[in-house]
Structures are given as C-alpha cells and as structure tokens.
Design a protein around this ligand. Structure first.
Ligand code: SAH
Length: 568
C-alpha cells in the first residue's frame, strides 16, 4: 500500500479527502501549508491535492527534483469531477491510481502519458461499464499490473453472468488459479480482485407493523447465511399494495437499490415453492416474497421464503447481462487527421475493433489495448456478423469502414443483418469523409453542383447493369465520380466505361485521377478522357470525369457553381 497524503485548502476539499479514506485508510489529511508540504514531499509515495491545478503547480514547483525520487501527484477538482495524474504517471503509478480514485468517486481520470493512453486494456472502464462493484479496490492497481504483464486475466465466474467477459480474459474452473473472482457470493480470497455482480432481488412481504432495523438486519443475515454478498442486491420487490410502505421506501434508500412492485394478477401467475393459504386469505395471493422476487429478477429463486415475525423474505437471481453497442465507424480516406471527432472518441471507447487489414493499418495508433480482429477484403459478411455477435455479447464494438461507412461501405450490410434480429441492439453509424470528398478537394472543385457516382466493381452487381447506369450518367452531362475503377481481376472495366463515356462526351473532357488521397503516396493527375487507360484502374484510385461545364485551370478541375451565370 503506497504511503498517501492528502492536501486541501477548504472544507469541500477536506470532505472529499475524508471520503477517500475508504481507499487509503492510512492517508494523512492536511491543510496546504508550505512547511508541511516540504516534509511530506520527502516521505510520501503519493500526494493528493483537492484544489485548482494552478495552486498545486506553484506549490510543488520548487520541490520537484527527478522522476525516480519525486512522489506521485494527483489533483482532484473540488467538485470531484476530475482526477488528474500530474506527476509520476508510471514511476509512482499515478495513472493507475488516478483511474482507481476516479472510479471510486465516479469522476473522469485525466491521463496524458501517451503510452498509457494506448497501452493497457481499460479493465477499470470495463468494470464500471458493466455496473460491477469492486469489493477490494485496493487490489485494482496490482490486477492492472498483472494484466499488463500477462496480457490477460484469469476469471473465476460464479454469478449467472450471461454476457461475454472482459476481452482479455480466460475462465478458470479452480478459484485458486484466478486473478479475478466475479461473483454475487461471499468469498474469502482476499488476495484476488473480487467483482460483485449486483443481480439479487429481495422479495419482501410485510405487515404494517414491520420495523426497518429488523428487516434490514434479517435480510443481511439471511443473505450472509445463504452465502450471498450483501453488495449484490439489485433491488427489492413486493406487491403493489405495499409499494408505499415506509420500511420498503427507507430500505431502498439506504441500500441505494431499485424497488419493483407487482399487481396481484401478476403475482398469481408465478409458480412458487412455498405458497400459503394464510397469506392468500389475508392479501389475496398465495405468495408475495417468492413471487415478486422471481418476477423482478426474470430468473430463479435462490433463497426460499423465510418467515419472520412481521415479514417474509425470499431471494431470486437475475441472469446478469451487459448492454453492448455497435459502432460502424467511417475512418475517412487515410490519415487519421481526416477522421471526424466522434470517430476518434468512439475508437478510444471501443473494446473491440474489427476491420479490413488495410484500413486497420491506417488507424494503427488506435489499436493497442483493444481486441482487434483484422480480416481480409472479401470477408465483409464475416466481419459484420462477428461485430454483431460481439456487440450482442455485451461489448463496445467499432466496426471500421474506410471513407464513409454508408458509401460503398459496411453500414448497409450491418443494418440489413440487424434488421432481421429479434433481439434489440444499439447501433450508431459514424460518418466519415468519403473518397469523393477527399479526391474532389485534392482535384479542386469538380463536384460543386449536381453530380453522379458509380462504382465499377461487379462483385455485387452485374457488369452490364453498371454499364447501363453509366450510360444514363454519361448522357446527363454531369460530372461523374468512379469508385473502384479497376483491380487485378477487372483490368478492362475502365476501358469499357471509357467507350460508353466517349459516346456522349468529347475526348477532350477533363478527368482527374486521384490515387491514395490523404495517404503518404497521394498522387493527383489531370488527363483528357481520350487518355484514360487500364493503368488508371486500381483499388486506391478514384476517377472524376468532368461534366459539360467543367474545365481545368491552374492546378484545378473546376465545375462552375452557377454564380457567373446569375450575376453576369
Ligand atoms: N467507403 C469508401 C469507399 C469504399 S470502395 C469511401 O466512402 O470512400 C473502395 C474504393 O474507394 C476504392 O477502390 C477507391 O476507388 C476509393 N477510395 C477509397 N479510399 C481512397 C483514397 N484514399 N484515395 C482514392 N480513392 C479511394
């Protein structure tokens, strides 16, 4: 346990530090003062300041010597919103501590060490997102260290956990081999991180005379006797008539849990272990505690009815599942600079990233610490199905698609597959700069008004159909953007397209050939339609055919917007 000291300048800071004593019981808490700070600086491993960063920087500036000697420094905003890892990110574990403290406070950790931002998979975020409770948070830094070393954690799972586990984990059947215990039961392994899945519903039936202290005590004792962890309570369930009973309202407040109430007709439908004629005569249903617990949990009874003087208690276990989300993310034409901010945010947040090898290479800086599935070009269906399966399993998944996912990209296929699902799945399509935007900007302004777009790939559409469409476009006189102008297996397609275009447009028509837009090997070339050849057809080129009004001037292909016509 590191030696921790906390400094405050006002009562709000003092209160917050008091709260942190739960994490660092031995922490000394002091009012900021030059002399004490100097003493503590020499002795402590970590200093936690609750105040503005400016005050901290000015106070410690003259004390700072070198990385290995200085203590770690965390700064927490007075309102407890942010925990900044200021000094000793790695040497003194400040980054991990900041994350841990932030998790404890429900705050946002502010970490600026580059390798840390990329490095270790965000296990702590996963715990928080899954709504799991950490029984012994002081073991978190050690467990994160293990994860960093072994690249995975061994889980012993005891609760009815239905979702996929943390992406870097394996399940062990012997609790002694585990690094992490995921349970709703009491456990005696104090050297392992214990995560509690709150999935127990306490069904309670009670008389008006029931007493709060007694109910709380008996619930606690009953859980403990039955081997369950008190922290695993998700909620209280009862009959509608008792929903406003002060004992239940207060108990729910004390425990910070939900309260679900059920109608008689609903309770009557539930098959219970211990129906009672007496209860039925009194309130009109044969069971309140067992039936309401089963209904609320949507699962099974784990502790049968126990009768006390003025109340009855039963416990049911809810199958624990986590809500995943699928993002279909457009990564733009190449350089991540041309990605939208939402895409960046989503890639940071994602636990699993799935994509075509070549596109993943372009965003390699986002991949470390994530579970990455890199698949081949023709494996779109496999990629989409895998992404859906991972997200349904409770993970945050980013399925990346080059350019814009909705333009010759993955969004259509993914949504088509999801449309057929019975289960709900949260999906967000994050747009990206498509090749047509990127290539047009490099070529000048060829697409300023109406234009046509076509893909020459006949993998999904018969080539004759593509040529029919191209003919309609050619007649229109509008600029035409051609995606997928050719590949190894489709060398002649571009020549056939040229033939059709020449039926309606002059050989002098200006054409922009843009290869590898926004990538290191980017190349822009202007030619005449008559010069279009097989060599211009490859998988990283977009061809823009000028329209009736397009012209080349300086280094640009320009299609007039129409202002000069209007304002002659
Ligand atoms: N969804 C993508 C398009 C995928 S189809 C998008 O919105 O851009 C693949 C085709 O897009 C390639 O064959 C090529 O014609 C074009 N393309 C993709 N990235 C490109 C780039 N950086 N430069 C030029 N063309 C590109």
């Amino acid at each position: 346990m590191p030696k921790v000291a906390g400094f405050y300048i006002n009562s709000a800071g003092k209160e917050l530090l008091k709260k942190l004593k739960a994490l660092f019981p031995e922490m000394e808490v002091k009012k900021l003062n030059k002399n004490t700070l100097k003493e503590v600086w020499e002795e402590a491993d970590v200093l936690i300041f609750v105040m503005a960063t400016g005050i901290v920087v000015r106070s410690i500036a003259s004390l700072i010597t070198e990385k290995r000697r200085d203590p770690g420094v965390l700064v927490i905003s007075e309102g407890g919103e942010f925990v900044i890892s200021l000094i000793g990110g790695h040497q003194k574990n400040s980054n991990l501590l900041a994350k841990e403290v932030a998790m404890f406070l429900g705050a946002k950790p502010v970490i600026t060490t580059a390798s840390d931002l990329k490095g270790i998979p965000a296990f702590d975020n996963w715990i928080k997102r899954c709504g799991l409770k950490v029984l012994n948070p002081e073991l978190l830094p050690k467990t994160m260290g293990l994860l960093n070393q072994k690249k995975e954690l061994s889980f012993f799972v005891e609760a009815d956990f239905k979702s996929k586990l943390f992406p870097f984990s394996k399940v062990v059947s012997n609790v002694r081999e585990a690094d992490v215990i995921l349970t709703n039961k009491r456990t005696s392994f104090s050297d392992k991180l214990v995560l509690i899945a709150p999935n127990l519903w306490i069904g309670i039936g009670l008389h008006s005379e029931a007493n709060l202290e007694e109910v709380e005590k008996e619930v606690k004792e009953l859980l403990s006797k039955s081997g369950f962890e008190f922290l695993a309570i998700k909620g209280i369930a009862t009959i509608e008539e008792k929903c406003n009973h002060l004992v239940l309202i207060k108990l729910r407040e004390r425990l910070g849990v939900e309260l679900k109430c059920f109608k008689k007709e609903e309770l009557k439908e539930v098959k219970v272990k211990n129906p009672s004629i007496k209860v039925s005569e009194y309130i009109g249903v044969e069971s309140v505690c067992e039936a309401s617990a089963i209904l609320a949990s949507g699962g099974k009874l784990v502790v049968e009815k126990h009768k006390f003087r003025d109340f009855t208690v039963a416990v049911a276990e809810e199958p624990y599942s986590i809500k995943g989300k699928l993002f279909v993310v457009g990564t733009g034409p190449g350089d991540p600079k041309y990605m939208c901010l939402r895409a960046v945010e989503v890639l940071f947040e994602a636990e699993v990233i799935i994509g075509y090898k070549r596109y993943l290479e372009l965003i390699s800086s986002f991949l470390s610490g994530k579970l990455v599935y890199s698949l081949g070009m023709t494996e779109e269906i496999k990629r989409a199905k895998l992404a859906i399966e991972e997200a349904l399993g409770g993970r945050i998944v980013a399925l990346v698609s080059g350019g814009d996912p909705g333009i010759y990209g993955m969004a259509g296929l993914v949504l088509e597959l999801i449309a057929k699902l019975d289960e709900p799945l949260d999906v967000e399509v994050v747009p990206g700069i498509s090749a047509l935007n990127a290539c047009a900007s490099l070529a000048g302004a060829p697409l300023t008004a109406d234009f046509c777009v076509i893909s020459l790939s006949d993998r999904l559409i018969p080539f004759e159909e593509i040529m029919k469409r191209l003919e309609i476009f050619a007649k229109s006189g509008l600029p035409i953007v051609m995606y997928n102008p050719g590949s190894k297996g489709r060398r002649k397609h571009i020549l056939k397209a040229k033939e059709i275009l020449l039926k309606y447009r002059s050989g002098e028509t200006p054409v922009a050939i843009v290869k590898d837009a926004m990538r290191d090997s980017q190349k822009v070339e202007f030619i005449k339609l008559s010069e279009l050849s097989e060599s211009h057809g490859n998988m990283s080129t977009t061809v823009i055919i000028g329209g009736k009004e397009s012209f080349i001037c300086k280094n640009w292909l320009i299609t007039p917007r129409g202002y000069s016509r209007k304002y002659r």
